[in-house]
Design a protein around this ligand. Structure first.
Ligand code: PBE
Length: 300
């Protein structure tokens, strides 16, 4: 379990409260008697891994919104964030996390995405298939399947959900078994190969663990020997850019991983979306009385 950072700001706030003899309850109330959400969450957004694209977006968000001066993004891990979210919901306490769809959090809990008028998180992404340069020439069959790979975020969500109870590999295999017609459409007209190795690189979030396993099973059906490696997004783009990895079905573009694409995109082939309509945002429990990032109170 990680340690939580206590900011100078929060410390100063607590010290002031003690000096003034205020109880926490009083301190959390604004002039109109309503709870000050900022104080209640200690002006802290509960984030995920430092290397995630959404973490970069949330860091920029702190600059994009004047009212977020003095707020802090606390990075940890997706599992750590989910644990804190679950605990807050159990106690009906306020919490603000960096969240996204597709994810099982929205199936399990009553949550809402805060409006983002400054578009720090963009207006949604598609998940793209990318390859190293030369893959089309070296492995035309794999390239054809990767290019044809296409499903919906709803279908992805089915695998993500099942992957909470059983291994993601197994959940992906079940999906492939139940949707062989669709898999066949990606394999249509592609000649089988004889045990050719291919390196698929991905990221360690459930959505991409689902898609990496599904595309791998499809490639295996025509004779590929697939290795999946999960890395940070920056490493993923670097590896495809320098040809160390063959392909990825994980990039969220144009926003979440846009900075990495800007950096390495010149030596990457973008085959376009394999799933459309993902969204990143600040996410809060429904019971919280806030609708927009703009409404979060500035830290005083
Ligand atoms: N995510 C899920 C990742 C990509 C997939 C939004 C947490 C990120 O890099 O932010």
């Amino acid at each position: 379990m990680k340690k939580f950072k206590t900011t100078g700001l929060v410390m100063a706030g607590s010290a002031a409260m003690i000096l003034a003899g205020c109880s926490d309850d009083t301190a959390n109330e604004g002039a109109n008697g309503e709870t000050n959400i900022g104080e209640a969450v200690e002006y802290t957004i509960t984030g995920i891994e430092p290397g995630a694209g959404i973490t970069g977006q949330a860091t920029n968000m702190l600059e994009d919104y004047e009212n977020l001066a003095g707020w802090e993004l606390e990075t940890s891990s997706t599992a750590g964030m989910m644990t804190e979210l679950e605990q807050a919901i159990q106690n009906e306490e306020p919490i603000i996390v960096t969240g996204w769809t597709p994810h099982w959090m929205f199936e399990r809990y009553d949550l809402k995405m805060l409006e983002d008028p400054e578009l720090s998180f963009g207006e949604g992404d598609d998940i793209h298939t990318i390859t190293r340069e030369g893959l089309e020439q070296d492995m035309p069959e794999a390239n054809a399947v990767l290019d044809a790979f296409n499903w919906s975020v709803e279908e992805m969500q089915v695998v993500i959900e099942e992957g909470q109870d059983i291994d993601m590999e197994e959940a992906a295999a079940n999906w492939v078994e139940e949707n062989q017609d669709q898999v066949d459409s990606w394999l249509e007209g592609v000649e089988p190969v004889d045990d050719v190795s291919i390196d698929i690189i991905s990221v360690p979030w459930d959505s991409e663990r689902a898609s990496a396993n599904v595309i791998s099973l499809a490639l295996e059906q025509i004779g590929y020997d697939v290795t999946i490696t999960d890395v940070d997004p920056s490493i993923l783009f670097q590896a495809v850019g320098n040809g160390e990895a063959d392909a990825s079905v994980a990039p969220w573009l144009p926003n979440t991983h846009g900075a990495f694409m800007d950096e390495y995109g010149e030596s990457i082939v973008d085959l376009g979306p394999n799933a459309e309509g993902t969204m990143n945002a600040l996410v809060v429990p429904e019971y919280m009385d806030v609708e927009s990032i703009e409404d979060l109170p500035a830290a005083e």
